[in-house]
Design a protein around this ligand. Sequence first.
Ligand code: IPM
Ligand code: MN
Length: 358
Amino acid sequence: MKYNVAVIPGDGIGPEVIEETIKVLKIIGEKFGHRFDYEYVLAGGCAIDKEGTPLPEETLEICKKSDAVLLGAVGGPKWDDPTAKIRPEQALLGLRGALNLYCNLRPAVLYAPLKNESPLKDSIVKDGIDICIVRELTGGIYFGERGLETVDGVKSAYDTERYNVKEITRIAKIGFETAMKRNKKLTSVDKANILESSRLWRSVVNDMAKDYPEVEVNHLYVDNAAMQLVKDPNQFDVIVTSNIFGDILSDEASMVTGSIGMLPSASLGEGTLGMYEPIHGSAPDIAGKGIANPLATILSAAMMLRYSFSLDEEAKVIENAVLAVLEDGYRTGDIMTEGKKKVGTVEMGKLVCKKIEA
Ligand code: IPM
Ligand code: MN
């Protein structure tokens, strides 16, 4: 089969980690007889510099007609002024909105060989951590009405958290279905003691629970969920939550696994078109040095194979190769510990390729 992939290397370490990922996909293509065609497009800070906008029309058009979008990272200190009208992050929100990618899957996995990377005690981590965060991605306060105005002579600003039943239902459905494929436990996170939108969220989840009798459902307030994630992360299987709570909790979960450089993500919509990216940022401090960890992007490509192309076996082959390389003791700087073998971005990519070829 032939697949068209729009590639957004982006800024900072983005291009470096994307390059290794493309090499991994090449090996997969050869081994399994698939063809991946790439169209490289601009988005983020580099697009602001070249085109004056973080998400050029051409980029969006190419992404729309592709089978999947693979993204490195966007942003950097050069464009970091939060008061600027034009910012790299607008590329992400623009792509999510325009492609209707309302579901963000963020698996937070602590692989056994990396157990020591977690800042949590062994007694808490036990044999590792495996949580899947399902974050709503095109609604809530990140997309709601906002404004800046002067009220009674005082400058004021507002943002709006708003969800309708349809939006909650479609993301909750993914939460339930993800739980069905895993350990059948779903935690819905909200702030229903305060927020009206959360009360609606909770009631929709409860209504849907009747259709999934096998799934054990519980609800946590977001503040408590933040605490439980460090107190006992293994109580979680699947977490479903709003855009803003998912943003915050997924960063926390990534820290719990000790290695933000390891975590992939998938942004999905109604069809098979999805966008795949590591959850780490552009890491401008280490960009161009050849030391970035490419594994989160490589694992994102595995998610692309699984969710956009239904190539489950191929996805598993990549994931197993990553695990095998870690078991062999190879580490990039971000996950390095004493006694392990330190490698750079390119070498890490090569090691994964070799495992797949073997
Ligand atoms: C993320 C990022 C983005 C978000 C920003 C850069 C817009 O933090 O993907 O989690 O908040 O969604
Ligand atoms: Mn975030």
